[in-house]
Design a protein around this ligand. Sequence first.
Ligand SMILES: Cc1cc2nc3c(=O)[nH]c(=O)nc-3n(C[C@H](O)[C@H](O)[C@H](O)COP(=O)(O)OP(=O)(O)OC[C@H]3O[C@@H](n4cnc5c(N)ncnc54)[C@H](O)[C@@H]3O)c2cc1C
Ligand SMILES: *[C@@H]1O[C@H](CO)[C@@H](O)[C@H](O)[C@H]1NC(C)=O
Ligand SMILES: *[C@@H]1O[C@H](CO)[C@@H](O)[C@H](O)[C@H]1NC(C)=O
Length: 388
Amino acid sequence: MAPINIVVIGGSFAGLHIAHSVLRDVPDAKVTLINPSTSFYWNIAAPRIVAKPTAFRPDQYLLPIKDAFASYRADAFEFIPGTATAIETTAKTVSVRPNEGDAKILPYDYLVIASGSTTSATDGSLTGTPIPFKQSNHDDMERLIKAAQGHIAEAKEIVIGGAGPIGIELAGELAEVAEQSGNAGKVSITIVSATDRVLPMLKPSASSAARKMLEHKKVKVLTSKRVAGVEAEHGANWTVNLEGGDKLSADLYIPTTGVTPNNSFIPAQLLDRDGWVTVSKEMRVQSTDGTKLPIFAAGDITNNSMRLSFKAVEQAQVAAANLKAEIVGGAAIKTYAQGDSIMMVVPIGESGGTGQVFGIVPFSFMVKMIKGKHYFLDKAPGAVAGKA
Ligand SMILES: Cc1cc2nc3c(=O)[nH]c(=O)nc-3n(C[C@H](O)[C@H](O)[C@H](O)COP(=O)(O)OP(=O)(O)OC[C@H]3O[C@@H](n4cnc5c(N)ncnc54)[C@H](O)[C@@H]3O)c2cc1C
Ligand SMILES: *[C@@H]1O[C@H](CO)[C@@H](O)[C@H](O)[C@H]1NC(C)=O
Ligand SMILES: *[C@@H]1O[C@H](CO)[C@@H](O)[C@H](O)[C@H]1NC(C)=O
């Protein structure tokens, strides 16, 4: 019997989970996984990785993708390091630009879109200095991370745009580096928030706890100030223009707001107005023309608004179950609802932090115990093995 071709675009939290799930449970499946980087990136720890080059080893946060699939039959799995460039829903093909060699066209019986999202810091589009908060579009993560660590270590005046969890975590790590190296006061760290409090998605007591901890670490916190634009002279000497006319100078500006869908290869009829892939609660991709497609999606790329890694895995579990049911000829068996409860733990350096868990703002020492010590690094092997 000819194998059933399942093509998975994106090798991160969602895509890896689905690829493993299908391989484990569908004997005649052939899974082809496409991802530009040959390693999975534990980006949850990115704020500490870029600020503290020796805190973790690269082999702890960059895990080879291919090795994680070594236990399956050789003809059941193929990893193509590369980028999907187009989807033809009528012909049921995906065009791929491999990192090496000629472009390919892959036929599929089922397709999984798990191409996630990126941030403007990651591609350096705004500042020319990529700060890899996400996987890049090349197989160059280790080099990019080293370069970012170098830029950050040299900077004396750092401005962080945005006071969501990434901005707050990064400010905490950078301030701690300055403290530990005796440079507190010599390195200036400013965080600019458009909202009237930092971490606006959390309870006000979490916001004030975060602000207090940052200010204690000599971080300047500006609230109700929106970054209107940035300018650089010769790629350095930044001027950060704030709405209302104030200006900040910086030798490094790091934007932490905004997520962009990785959708350049996805047909427009599968996207909502903002560019996210429209999915039903069964995680099946919905086309504006109403055709039923053998395409599922999961994770940040979908129109579900909570773009968090554990939500990506929850969506992947639903997508995988329904995809497997469809392959063996059954009806959809699971649905996803993101709910409205906020689960967020935000370390501010190694010694504490804040957040919101089941409606409660955790004590600082609990944040240290839960996430502050290691940024969940011990969960990375499970994620790449599809066991998360
Ligand atoms: C700095 C930072 C810290 C975070 N911390 C937390 C946290 O503490 N807790 C939490 O729950 N969430 C956190 N998140 C959010 C979390 O990173 C995302 O929700 C998660 O990565 C989504 O996983 P995903 O698999 O959907 O997509 P992504 O992780 O975005 O991965 C998508 C993959 O698809 C690949 N890809 C894209 N386009 C193509 C293409 N055309 N062809 C082939 N491959 C492609 C990409 O290279 C990438 O590998 C954080 C995010 C950032 C930026
Ligand atoms: C993800 O999207 C960003 C922004 O459009 C782009 O710069 C980046 O190359 C994309 N990544 C991949 C892997 O396609
Ligand atoms: C995503 O888009 C689909 C199709 O338009 C819609 O049915 C669904 O409700 C949307 N999901 C969310 C969470 O808004």
